[in-house]
Design a protein around this ligand. Structure first.
Ligand SMILES: [Zn+2]
Length: 332
């Protein structure tokens, strides 16, 4: 059995379930930065699957799903081990903030981290060493959080060749997760993210689902948590940890290349195309007006595609992600 995660503090031990914390960095008030960890052993040999959420502290649909799934798993036998981390960046989560407040870093840009820089780098390094190195696969949950909207999407790592087993498994996990949009991160505009760094360091597959946002929380919070929860179970079934869930596959899945279109100016933005709309090249996606009502920017679709998400609050600043726009690669 691969899983050998050691917790610094155990707060609950019940049957095959253990809840506790990994501590890193003692604070001036003598408390520690902590990673909350739930470990449920299934009682039979199998894969160790890590599912974490709220590495961006305002993206919490996955957190609720992890809590729900752990409660269910502790009362059943299954193959392998479930490791749940409902709030990976606890400081950001506690402050309902995307980034770590102490140092301002975005955790999903600084992997693999290091123990001799800022607290977010320390978190990444400690997590890699003490949790990720002990698992067989990872679901790293994200969402639109407080300022973006994103339609349910599962991202996986691009293949580096025919014998790239890690990418094959990652794609299999993404397809099993069962949401409408699939993105293979072939054009990823950032460095230091979980999926690619875990592949490099440990040769394990990761997917990054994006589910829910402040836009849908008012009326569809339960629906979005349920999409996460079902997706997680479908991936467990993909690895043979539980029997097939019987979930009907989402119809008309779309494989996309996700593009982050930034605003060049700030002001009050208005969206001209909404989620799931199919758009022709040159059509207007949104406009920005200044405080006197003058239009300062218009965003035109750079190619034919589909709107996956957008900046979801009225005020936008220069550089913000205005449109999350998908080039359609394949429709199923
Ligand atoms: Zn995120």
């Amino acid at each position: 059995m691969k899983q050998q995660i050691v917790l610094d503090e155990i707060v609950n031990k019940r049957g095959r379930r253990v809840d506790g914390f990994i501590n890193y960095g003692q604070k001036p008030d003598m408390s520690h930065y902590q990673i909350p960890v739930i470990i449920v052993e299934g009682g039979h040999p199998g894969k160790t699957l890590l599912i974490d959420a709220a590495m961006h502290g305002d993206e919490t649909e996955g957190s609720e799903a992890i809590i729900k799934l752990a409660a269910e798993l502790e009362n059943m036998e299954f193959n392998g081990t479930f490791v749940g981390v409902p709030a990976l960046n606890m400081e950001a989560f506690a402050c309902i903030s995307r980034a770590t407040l102490t140092d301002g870093f975005n955790l999903n840009r600084i992997f693999p981290g290091t123990k001799d820089k800022y607290i977010t780098h320390y978190l990444a390094a400690e997590y890699m060493e003490r949790v990720v190195s002990h698992v067989d696969a990872v679901i790293n949950m994200h969402g639109g959080g407080d300022v973006l909207h994103l339609e349910p999407l599962a991202a996986y790592v691009p293949s580096e060749g025919e014998d790239d087993e890690v990418s094959r498994l990652s794609q299999g996990m993404a397809e099993a997760f069962n949401v409408k949009y699939l993105w293979c991160q072939q054009n990823l505009p950032f460095d230091g993210i979980t999926s690619l760094e875990y592949k490099k360091a440990f040769g394990i597959p990761t997917i990054i689902p994006e589910v829910g946002s402040q836009c849908s929380r008012f009326v569809n919070r339960e629906r979005d948590v349920d999409i996460c929860y079902r997706g997680m179970k479908n991936v467990m079934a993909y690895f043979g940890m539980i029997p097939p869930t019987g979930d009907k596959p989402v119809e008309h899945k779309i494989h996309i290349e996700l593009n982050y279109l930034h605003a060049r100016n700030g002001g009050i933005q208005k969206l001209c195309k909404r989620e799931n709309e199919i758009v022709e090249e040159g059509e207007t996606l949104g406009v920005i007006h200044d405080m006197f009502g003058n239009q300062v920017e218009e965003l035109k679709a750079p190619f034919p595609g589909v709107v996956i998400g957008y900046w979801s609050v009225p005020v936008i600043r220069p550089g913000d992600w205005w449109s999350l726009y998908g080039r359609i690669l394949k429709k199923e």
